[in-house]
Design a protein around this ligand. Structure first.
Ligand SMILES: [Zn+2]
Length: 184
């Protein structure tokens, strides 16, 4: 029996995914544990089964939490969330990048007391970051795509819908709504 793969898509009690990006997935082991603890309802199953000496159970492919989890009112300030707020777009050249190609640019540079906060940090590709250097924006010919703000959880969840993962099990599709078109 494969011990890898067959993750379950985790929905909140309102049947919305707990998170779009990264997509909320639990390993089948964690999923089975939660089923036995009565914390989740099984919505869809894989054809694959697991056996113990006393029972056989189909691996769940979609589960829903029995208790609704409220989204955090203010999302955590993390690199990933800053990039997600900016839609993984460099705020100076407006191109899209992956997380490991993006950097933090401080609008008010750190050496002049600029803080690493939602409103002072934007996503920038390496070459734009180097180009801007330690200057204030007004001394460059670069323009910000968007003034940085603290995002709401709803905003981040909405942005996450722009980034469907490469792999989607067919049983998940009815519970996910992507803003971009999916290839077949
Ligand atoms: Zn750039």
């Amino acid at each position: 029996m494969a011990t890898f793969g067959n993750p379950a898509l985790v929905l909140n009690a309102d049947f919305q995914p707990l998170s779009y990006y990264p997509l909320s997935l639990w390993s089948w082991q964690d999923t089975i544990k939660a089923v036995f603890l009565n914390r989740v309802s099984i919505i869809e199953n894989y054809n694959k089964e697991v056996h113990s000496p006393s029972l056989t159970i189909k691996l769940p492919s979609v589960i829903a939490l029995k208790d609704y989890v409220s989204p955090r009112r203010s999302p955590a300030f993390t690199r990933f969330n800053v990039f997600l707020r900016d839609n993984f777009t460099c705020q100076y050249c407006y191109e899209n990048f992956s997380a490991n190609e993006l950097t933090f640019d401080h609008l008010l540079p750190k050496f002049t007391g600029g803080k690493t906060t939602w409103t002072n940090v934007v996503s920038a590709c390496t070459s734009c970051n180097v180009k801007k250097g330690r200057r204030l924006l007004k001394y460059t010919d670069m323009y910000l795509k968007k003034k940085p703000m603290r995002p709401s959880s709803e905003k981040l969840q909405k942005n996450g819908r722009n980034f469907p993962p490469n792999y989607l099990h067919e049983s998940w599709r009815d519970y996910l709504y992507w803003d971009t078109e999916l290839e077949n």
